[in-house]
Write a protein that binds this ligand. Structure first.
Ligand code: 2RA
Length: 340
C-alpha cells in the first residue's frame, strides 16, 4: 500500500523534476495528481511511463491525499499550502515562505532527519534554498567531527535557479551575441548574463547582503547549528543547470585534509571527486541529472589554525529542490506515515 501524492506546480522545472524523481526512486505511489495554475490546466507532464494531464490547483480538494509536494511561488503557496495542510495533506514546500517559521521544520534528510517529527505543528515541512541544501550536506559530517566555527562561501549559481525564463534568456542572449540582428534585450537579469557573471541574486537588504546570501546564513544555522557563523556571496553565472560553491571552513579542532576527504567519502549524499590533476574535480555540467552533492579540491587553508577549503557542486533542480523534497517524503513515509 502506497501514498496519494499531489505535485503542485507540476509544469515548472522543479515540479517536473519531482515527478521524475518520484518515479526514478520508486516512491510508493498509489495515486498521483499533477496540479498547476488554471492557464496551464490540461498540460501533459510525465510520471515515468504515465502521462498526466494537469488539473486546476484552484479547484483541487486535498482531502484524502497524503502528501503534497509544492513547487510554486510564495504567493500561490500562501493560498494553497494552508488549505492542503488543514485538509490533512502534509505539505512539503519548496518556496521560502515557511523556511524561517519556528513552527515549521526545515529539513535536509542527510543532516537533520529527526526534525521531521516537528511537522505536525502546521502539517507543513519546508525545503531549504538550493544553495543551502548542497552546502549543508557537505558541512554536516565535517561539523560532527571537528565542530565548524565559521563558513565563508562564494556561490556560482546556474540560471535555472531563476526559472524557465532565465534559461531562455541565457540561450537567446548568447545567440544574439553571435547574431547581433537578434539584438536580444535582457528581461530577467539587470545586466547581461551571457559570457558574464552577476553578483546579485534575489533582492538587496539594508545590510548590503542579498536575500539569497541571508538565506544561506539563516538556513544553515536552522538546519545544522545556530552557533556556526556564515558569510556568503552569491553570484549568477552563465550555466544552465548546476550550482557550484567555493567553501572555506574554520573548525574548533584541527582537521587534516586527508581525514576530511575520508569523512566526506563516507558521508550520506556526498560523492568525492578529488584528484590533483587535469579534470580531477567536478564541474556543474557533470552534476546535471545526478542525485549526489559532489566535493572536490579539498585542501588545508594554511592562513588560519584550523581551516579547510573545498569545492561543492550539485544539480540545483535535484538536491537543491526536487530531490530533497522527495527525500523528505521518503523520510515521512519511514518515520511517520509508515505505509508502503
Ligand atoms: C536561485 N536559489 O538560484 C535561488 C532560487 N532557486 O535563483
Amino acid at each position: 500500500m502506497g501514498y496519494r501524492i499531489a505535485v503542485v506546480g507540476a509544469t515548472g522545472n522543479v515540479g517536473r523534476e519531482m515527478l521524475s524523481i518520484l518515479d526514478e526512486r520508486g516512491f510508493p505511489v498509489d495515486e498521483i495528481v499533477a496540479l498547476a495554475s488554471r492557464k496551464s490546466q490540461g498540460t501533459e507532464v510525465s510520471f515515468g511511463e504515465q502521462t498526466l494531464k494537469t488539473k486546476d490547483l484552484e479547484q483541487f480538494d486535498f482531502t484524502g491525499w497524503d502528501i503534497a509536494l509544492f513547487a510554486v511561488g510564495s504567493e500561490a503557496t500562501k493560498v494553497h499550502a494552508p488549505r492542503a495542510a488543514k485538509a490533512g495533506c502534509i505539505v512539503i514546500d519548496n518556496s521560502s515562505l515557511y523556511r524561517y517559521d519556528a513552527d515549521v521544520p526545515l529539513i535536509v534528510p542527510e543532516v537533520n532527519p529527526d526534525a521531521i517529527h516537528g511537522y505536525a505543528k502546521k502539517n507543513i515541512i519546508a525545503n531549504p534554498n538550493c544553495s543551502t541544501a548542497q552546502m549543508v550536506v557537505a558541512l554536516k559530517p565535517l561539523h560532527d567531527r571537528a565542530r565548524i566555527k565559521r563558513v565563508v562561501v562564494s556561490t556560482y549559481q546556474s540560471v535555472s535557479g531563476s526559472g524557465k525564463e532565465a534559461i531562455d534568456e541565457l540561450w537567446d542572449q548568447t545567440k544574439s551575441i553571435y547574431n547581433p540582428v537578434d539584438n536580444y534585450q535582457a528581461k530577467v537579469y539587470p545586466k547581461q548574463i551571457a559570457f558574464n557573471v552577476i553578483p546579485h541574486i534575489d533582492s538587496f537588504m539594508d545590510s548590503g547582503d542579498t536575500r539569497e546570501e541571508w538565506k544561506m546564513v539563516v538556513e544553515t544555522k536552522k538546519i545544522v547549528d545556530p552557533k556556526i557563523k556564515v558569510t556568503a556571496t552569491c553570484v549568477r553565472v552563465p550555466v544552465f543547470v548546476g550550482h557550484s560553491e567555493s567553501i572555506n571552513i574554520e573548525t574548533e579542532d584541527f582537521l587534516d585534509e586527508d581525514e576530511a576527504r575520508d569523512i566526506l567519502r563516507e558521508a550520506p549524499g556526498v560523492m568525492v571527486v578529488d584528484k590533483r590533476e587535469d579534470g580531477g574535480y567536478i564541474t556543474p555540467i557533470e552534476s546535471v541529472g545526478e542525485f549526489a552533492t559532489y566535493v572536490s579540491r579539498i585542501r588545508q587553508d594554511v592562513t588560519i589554525e584550523n581551516g579547510l577549503n573545498f569545492w561543492c557542486v550539485s544539480d540545483n533542480l535535484r538536491k537543491g529542490a526536487a530531490l530533497n523534497a522527495v527525500q523528505i517524503a521518503e523520510l515521512l513515509g519511514r518515520e511517520v506515515l509508515k505505509k508502503g
